[in-house]
Write a protein that binds this ligand. Structure first.
Ligand code: ADP
Length: 542
């Protein structure tokens, strides 16, 4: 027997309709790419999204077409997402930090028909547009007054393009399982893989994020999504914030410490989300220039392991709660968030930091397990590592065009490629990417743990650990360090600092000092390049 409740498809348009109806004047503030601060609200965002939808239709864009965006977080990018999805087209976020050839490859794979591009990236698009034959129209996210000379055929300023349509338009209706967005993983091995979100997965993902033990934000929050919309579905915040009518503060092109601090203070931001490197820059800015964070209540830190000192400084020095989170593009992206369950409510000091260093536990809607290489489940004892597998309604069941099928099994589990352990209360700790874990004498050493400890040293700006070949142990860890400006720590000082914080056999065999550590397009340490750089390096123990 079927239930007798209404069919109310979970469509992205429902989210902006809700925000516009019940939180019409909630502010959406942006640092515009042109410079000045721009202010709008959910009612206006919805109105402009309707016009975008109508204008896209006039352009010939229909259900299922891919529409690319290469843009910073601003109100324009937000309204584009709603305009695109409102007619069943698919937003395709492009990461401008990739090489032009990679971007062209991705655009061709997705067969993008139209591109919304910020002024910043025009020179980049000029280099690659002719390589993407499917691209029929380029809309530059600015007005006529700021429109530069460009060699791009068919490029028009957004505001003028948009002015050709009015708001008299109704969202298109279709099944909630229709594709809404596509985002490619950065593809550190092989070609990038497309992850195709549906309307349903986006909405369920945001409802998950809104659980009190997940992001736990409300209409009283003012959210600063520093994580770009082009990184892993913008961590879902473009849907999560309007779903509950939270205010949005969009950082535009400027994510350095000083600019982030300015917005946090002037816009009274209560909640923010970004990768660790952004927070390190903010903390370094605060240490240098002074300042406080009286409005900021919580920050979500994820995308890479959050160093313990970041959590400790936010909480002890600035009274800001840190929620360490783990996720991936394939998961829309949230997997786990570290909020404190009653089992750990009495912990304080270092013992509490031990728990906060984990990536936390999954909200309703994410299932996880760790297995050995044969797929046998490993115990939740907080120590036994294994391959981390997940499933849920906002987890990919396949990549675009069916590639990478080996990562999905018959029971619907997706192999994340991460190595992790889970404790008896369901707290997950990522110990490594399966390809980065250091295999020493048949045992595994977590490069992430060593990096986290090393960046706790007061003279260390950034640290990376890679495994180097070793005649006796297979691999041994090398610690690569970028010293803070004007500091020159020695190898002995750093090793002495780490001693006692990890098992003796985990200690790095050597420390190398460099000016810079290579990063991926999403700001993570690029271990493949680092391993190439140190391919000829000989460990003193070898
Ligand atoms: P990209 O590889 O394109 O940056 P993702 O954001 O999808 O894209 O990367 C997901 C991966 O990032 C995870 O599989 C995991 O290895 C790593 N990661 C994400 N969050 C954390 C975290 N809090 N701690 C450790 N690793 C993390």
């Amino acid at each position: 027997m079927q239930g007798l409740m209404q069919d109310w498809p979970l469509l992205c348009s429902k989210v902006i309709d809700h925000a516009s109806a019940y939180h019409p004047r909630r502010e959406v503030v942006s640092r515009s790419v042109e410079g000045p601060i721009h202010r709008t609200n959910y009612r206006e965002v919805r109105g402009r999204a309707l016009r975008i939808a109508k204008r896209l239709e006039a352009e010939g864009i229909v259900l299922g077409d891919r529409v690319a965006t290469m843009a910073w977080n601003t109100w324009r990018h937000l309204e584009c997402w709603y305009g695109i999805t409102g007619i069943g087209a698919i937003y395709h976020t492009l990461n401008p930090r990739l090489f032009p050839e990679q971007i062209a490859w991705i655009m061709n794979d997705a067969e993008d028909r139209l591109l919304f591009v910020d002024l910043t990236f025009l020179p980049l698009v000029e280099k690659l547009a002719t390589q993407v034959p499917s691209l029929k129209r380029i809309v530059v996210l600015t007005d006529a007054a700021h429109m530069p000379q460009t060699s791009l055929a068919g490029a028009v300023p957004y505001e003028e393009w948009l002015a050709e349509a009015d708001e008299d338009f109704a969202w298109k209706s279709f099944e909630e399982t229709t594709a809404a967005g596509i985002c490619y993983t950065s593809g550190t091995t092989g070609n990038p893989k497309g992850v195709l979100y549906s309307h349903r997965s986006n909405l369920l993902h945001s409802m998950m994020a809104l659980q009190a033990d997940a992001m736990g934000v409300s209409s009283r929050d003012r959210i600063l999504p520093i994580v770009p919309l082009f990184h892993a579905n913008g961590w879902g915040l473009a849907f999560t914030a309007p779903m509950i009518g939270a205010g949005l503060v969009m950082p535009g092109a400027r994510m350095d410490g000083a600019s982030v601090y300015e917005l946090l203070r002037s816009e009274k931001v209560t909640f923010s989300a970004a990768v660790p490197t952004v927070w390190l820059m903010l903390l370094q800015h605060l240490e240098k220039e002074g300042g406080d964070l009286p409005d900021l209540e919580k920050v979500v830190i994820g995308g890479a392991a959050c160093p313990r000192v970041v959590t400790q400084k936010f909480q002890d020095n600035y009274g800001v709660k840190v929620i360490h989170a783990w996720g991936m593009t394939e998961m829309s992206p949230l997997g786990t968030l570290c909020t404190i369950k009653p089992e750990y409510a009495d912990l304080t000091g270092e013992a509490l930091l031990d728990i906060e260093e984990t990536q936390g536990h999954p909200p309703f809607g994410v299932e996880m397990k760790v297995t050995d290489d044969e797929g046998v489940e490993r115990p939740w004892d907080g120590a036994t590592f294994g391959r981390l597998k997940v499933r849920g309604p906002s987890v990919a069941k396949s990549y675009y065009k069916g590639i990478g099928a080996e990562m999905f099994d018959a029971e619907g589990w997706f192999d994340t490629g991460d190595v992790a352990h889970i404790d008896p209360h369901g707290y997950l700790q990522i110990t490594d990417r399966s390809k980065d874990v250091i295999k020493s004498g048949g045992e595994w050493i977590s490069s992430i743990d060593l990096e986290n400890i090393a960046v706790g040293h007061p003279d260390v700006a950034e640290a990376a650990v890679i495994g180097l070949a070793h005649p006796k142990w297979d691999e041994r860890p090398l610690l690569v360090v970028v010293p803070k400006e004007g500091r020159s720590p020695t190898k002995a000082e750093i090793l002495a600092f780490m001693e006692g914080k990890v098992a003796k056999w985990w200690m790095p065999d050597d420390v190398a000092f460099v000016e810079e550590i290579p990063h991926t397009a999403t700001g993570k340490i690029k271990k493949t390049t680092l391993r190439e750089q140190f391919a000829d390096f000989r460990l003193p123990t070898a």
